[in-house]
Design a protein around this ligand. Structure first.
Ligand code: A3P
Length: 322
């Protein structure tokens, strides 16, 4: 809805003009609201979502910092929660992940649902409803925090997240503008200025919530999922209250989910090679390499150490090391 600044309602423009702002690539600017940086029109959607979204106890919400592997976990959660519907080989051939991008199957509050409508009708969706968001913990709608719904937070190491973000922004902007200077992008990132940043405060908000309420918030690391995806799918199923049965563990259900959601499978599908999301982005932008440690190909050791130093300082005393 408010994807251009001049479409915004007057009351929101007033709020916006009172907020600190920084120039940014692709979104033109970011505004600082209650400690986090948002593209202006997305902030408007965050506020709309806060006012309208009513959580149900059976809801599942995937939360990530942008470029942490959202697409992968959206696919896994969708496949896991809907596994009964697609258990035989006939129905597997009709699996929605084969013809739709995970972002269209698992809508993100502020990038789709509340961008398209002020008050989307979500009450009729089948239970458990599966949504995603990049909102920081402190910005979640009150009903999400008050209800017994479950949150899965996916965290990815900051260097790969940063490089993935830099690539994504480069793809989003017109080719003639050239690449975003990575050093300038890094300067902002290390000052906390990135979409939904500071990155460390985003992670810490959910890390603390997960330590205090492990039954409500599950904290998952992308790198650990890569090492042992099987164990993580079981962990997700247990956390979501739909554990895999002995039979499912024997008959290869987990392997099937992981095969379906693998980078190689998803990125080779026609819909993800040539399709567009309903919100207009190219599907293929969401599949680049999907590997751990790819940052070394784009940043010097010195740049990597800079991120390490910032993280060590910001996460000091939290018990979390990234
Ligand atoms: P890279 O840019 O490092 O390749 P998000 O989904 O949060 O936007 O994050 C995108 C990152 O997740 C990209 O990382 C992308 O390649 C990776 N990714 C997408 N699908 C994946 C999958 N099925 N398995 C692992 N990583 C995946």
């Amino acid at each position: 809805r408010y994807s251009r600044d001049d479409d915004m309602p007057e009351t929101f423009k007033d709020l916006l003009s009172s907020l600190p702002s920084e120039e940014y690539w692709v979104t033109n600017s970011l505004s600082l609201y209650q400690g986090f940086w948002f593209p202006p029109w997305i902030l408007n959607c965050v506020l709309t979502c806060q006012n309208h979204f009513q959580a149900q106890p059976s809801d599942v919400l995937l939360v990530t910092s942008p470029k942490s592997g959202t697409t992968w976990l959206k696919a896994i959660l969708f496949a896991l929660l809907n596994r009964a519907k697609y258990s035989d080989s006939d129905s597997q051939r009709r699996h929605p992940l084969l013809t739709q991008n995970p972002h269209d199957l698992v809508p993100t509050f502020e990038l789709k649902l509340y961008l398209e409508q002020e008050s989307p009708d979500l009450a009729a969706l089948p239970s458990p409803r599966l949504f995603a968001t990049h909102m920081p913990y402190s910005s979640l709608p009150q009903s999400v925090r008050d209800s017994n719904c479950k949150l899965v937070y996916l965290c990815r190491n900051p260097k790969d997240t940063f490089v993935s973000m830099w690539h994504f922004f480069n793809k989003m902007r017109p080719e003639e503008k050239g690449q975003i200077p990575i050093q300038e992008c890094l300067d902002k990132f290390c000052r906390g200025v990135s979409s939904f940043g500071p990155y460390w405060d985003h992670v810490l908000g959910y890390y603390k919530a997960s330590s205090e309420m492990p039954e409500k918030v599950l904290f998952v690391m992308y790198e650990q999922m890569k090492v042992d995806p099987h164990a993580h799918v079981r962990r997700l199923a247990d956390f979501l209250g739909c554990p895999l049965s002995e039979e499912e563990l024997r008959d290869g259900t987990v392997e099937g989910i992981l095969r379906m959601c693998s980078f190689d499978n998803l990125s080779a599908l026609e819909v993800n090679k040539r399709g567009k999301l309903s919100t207009g982005q190219e599907s293929k932008w969401y599949f680049r390499r999907g590997e751990v440690g790819d940052w070394v190909n784009y940043m010097s050791a010195e740049m990597g150490e800079r991120i390490d130093r910032v993280m060590a300082e910001k996460l000091d005393g939290s018990g979390l090391k990234l």
